[in-house]
Design a protein around this ligand. Structure first.
Ligand code: AMP
Length: 225
């Protein structure tokens, strides 16, 4: 089982890179943001509750988030591991993940921070568009769709997420950079952290991430001996 935690501020490219890594490593990309957005679309009890926080650019409470994520990890496609995107967002979530994995005899293999300066994040976030159908991510300047306003993969119209509107961006960044620093600190202390430069072309970021994952797998194998 390979568990990779992708860290980075909103707009650092976690979603895009998690899709690419999932394909290369053959394990699913699990995004708590996507799970919440699906729950909101389905108007499930979790969705109705989560929506109140998401609209304000705030984190959903830990009890709801942790339960939802741990439920997702019990699904059959996650048996070989997962690429986590958007989770954990604080120490409590990181600790809950570590103990749940430990119960099953596994652990986080590697936590990787995709490092992007704040000014660049704001620029990227205000240009982000996603497809309404399945959440594929585009950016006006760094990763535009081939046909403006249409998803390359499924042709569906591109929309701007409610929480990517400029007034919400600053609130999200302020709050999430603080909790990101917390989580980075946690994985640094546990020796699992690596950092990659997120201001490189997309394929170079992917290569750097794959190298970091391979090092994590190698050191895990070494510890097991
Ligand atoms: P994201 O797509 O990761 O930016 O998440 C969108 C929104 O979903 C966030 O602004 C939060 O409101 C909520 N969310 C996603 N992941 C978490 C998490 N791990 N903890 C709390 N709230 C989350």
């Amino acid at each position: 089982m390979t568990v990779v935690v992708l860290l980075g501020a909103p707009g650092a490219g976690k979603g895009t890179q998690a899709d690419l890594l999932a394909e290369r490593l053959g394990i699913p990309h699990v995004s708590t943001g996507d799970l919440f957005r699906a729950a909101v679309r389905d108007a499930s009890p979790i969705g109705l509750e989560a929506r109140r926080y998401m609209e304000r650019g705030q984190l959903v409470p830990d009890d709801i988030t942790i339960q939802m994520l741990l439920d997702r990890l019990t699904e059959p496609d996650a048996a070989g591991g997962v690429i986590l995107d958007g989770f954990p967002r604080n120490r409590a979530q990181a600790e809950a993940l570590a103990s749940a994995l430990a119960e099953g005899g596994s652990k986080v293999d590697r936590a990787i921070n995709i490092d992007v300066p704040t000014d660049e994040l704001v620029r990227r976030l205000s240009g982000r568009w996603v497809c309404g159908e399945s959440g594929h991510v585009y950016n006006e300047s760094t990763n535009p769709p081939k046909v403006p306003g249409r998803c390359d993969l499924d042709g569906s119209p591109l929309v701007q997420r409610e929480d990517d509107k400029p007034e919400t961006i600053r609130a999200r960044l302020d709050q999430q950079l603080a909790s990101l620093r917390d989580v980075i600190g946690y994985y640094d202390e546990t020796g699992l952290l690596r950092s990659v430069d997120g201001v490189q072309p997309i394929d170079q970021v992917t290569t750097a991430l794959l190298t970091a994952v391979a090092e994590g797998a190698a050191s895990g194998a070494h510890e097991a001996r």
